[in-house]
Structures are given as structure tokens and as C-alpha cells.
Write a protein that binds this ligand. Structure first.
Ligand code: GRF
Length: 211
């Protein structure tokens, strides 16, 4: 059984997709042990409570310096003994010590096809604003392992989404979530939980393919 810790900051629709896919059996061999938020008002916490999952709020604002926050976050994750950390709309920069300790055990969802529209400053609605500004016809989402860089870790799954001429950033964001994020994040977790994901030389290999 893969023990998962989910880190969130906001609405938690990706968290909800994971909960739903565990409940329907699309994700097997997995259990969410804890949901951790930096934001006490994140609706994601309500979703977790409703599903009977432990919730914890650890905010950088409650610590006098960043290293103390990092220590508290790592201690909490260690306490739950998780096998996989899922960043599902988590806006906090992960402590380097955590990334080293949980090497290839942290995954993130990014709302674009990496290496497009990613890296420093590319988060939230801004990603979709930039995609529209550039006039791309296809965007999408990417699930990747987290390394020390910003959106530079090994890519696990990607899914393309059509951009329409009359899209606003909000409309495009919603379509990317519905058609890509809520599908590939649960799928990546199921693949990992069933031992089908290997990382070699910064590349991900999936046994049996991704279909
Ligand atoms: C998603 O667009 C995700 O790609 C990005 O933040 C958003 C989180 O949404 N990293 P939610 O909190 O899962 O609803």
C-alpha cells in the first residue's frame, strides 16, 4: 500500500480527483495519510476532512525564519511515514533537504506542457495568460518528479489540450484541469503505486506503456 501525503494551498480540485479515483478503484494500492496546507483557509482542507483524511496546516507565516518552517514541514511528513509526496496546487517552494531526502518520491502537476510555459514565475493563471499571449494552439498539463530546479524534474505523464480562439485564461485553466490535470495526476499515482514507474538518467520509463 502506497502511503501518500498531499500538499495543497488552495481549492484542492486535484486532491478531489485523487480522492475520487481512489474511491472508484481507478487508483489502487494507495492511501492518503495526510493533507498538509500552508494556507489555513484552503478549501482543500475541507475536502480532506470530508473524506476522513488527517489535515495539518503548517504556514511559513507562523515561523520566525524559513529554516524553522522547513524543519517543521519535514518533521510532519516524516511523522506520517509517507512513500510519496504529491504537490497538488501547492504554492510553497519545497525545502532542498526534503527534495534530497525524498528523491524521486515527490510529484507535482504543472498546467502546461513542460518545457513550455514553466520555470520561475510560471504558476497559476499566469501560465495560461502566457500561453494565450503566445498564441499556441495546443497546451496541456505535465506530472513530473520534483528535483532542485523549478519544473525541471523527470516527466512522468503529459496530456495535450486544445486552445480555442475565444479562450480567456480562466476558461483555458478550467479546460486544462478537466481534460488533463484531473486525469494524469491520478493515473501517475496509480502507476507509481503499482511499481510501474522507473527513473533512469533523468528519464521516466513506464512498464506496459501509458495507455
Ligand atoms: C492547478 O492548476 C495546478 O496545476 C496548479 O495549481 C492549480 C491547483 O488547483 N499547480 P487545485 O487547488 O488542485 O484546485
Amino acid at each position: 500500500m502506497l502511503k501518500i501525503g498531499v500538499l495543497v494551498s488552495g481549492g484542492g480540485t486535484n486532491l478531489q480527483a485523487i480522492i475520487d479515483n481512489i474511491n472508484t478503484g481507478n487508483i489502487t494500492n494507495s492511501k492518503i495519510e495526510v493533507v498538509i496546507s500552508n494556507n489555513p483557509n484552503a478549501f482543500a482542507l475541507e475536502r480532506a476532512k470530508k473524506a476522513g483524511i488527517d489535515t495539518v496546516c503548517i504556514s511559513p507565516k507562523d515561523y520566525s525564519d524559513r529554516s524553522l518552517f522547513n524543519k517543521a514541514l519535514i518533521e510532519k511528513i516524516d511523522e506520517y511515514n509517507v512513500d510519496l509526496i504529491v504537490l497538488a496546487g501547492c504554492m510553497v517552494v519545497m525545502p532542498p533537504e526534503l527534495i534530497q531526502k525524498y528523491n524521486n518520491k515527490i510529484i507535482n502537476i504543472h498546467p502546461a506542457l513542460i518545457p513550455s510555459f514553466c520555470g520561475k514565475g510560471f504558476y497559476g493563471l499566469h501560465v495560461h495568460e502566457e500561453a494565450l499571449k503566445r498564441g499556441v494552439k495546443i497546451t496541456g498539463a505535465t506530472v513530473h518528479f520534483v528535483d532542485e530546479g523549478t519544473d525541471t524534474g523527470p516527466i512522468i505523464l503529459q496530456k495535450a489540450v486544445e486552445v480555442r480562439q475565444d479562450d480567456t485564461p480562466e476558461i483555458l485553466q478550467r479546460r486544462v484541469m478537466e481534460e488533463a490535470e484531473w486525469k494524469i495526476m491520478p493515473k501517475a499515482i496509480d502507476l507509481i503505486a503499482n511499481g510501474k514507474v522507473k527513473v533512469e538518467d533523468r528519464k521516466v520509463y513506464i512498464s506496459g506503456g501509458t495507455k
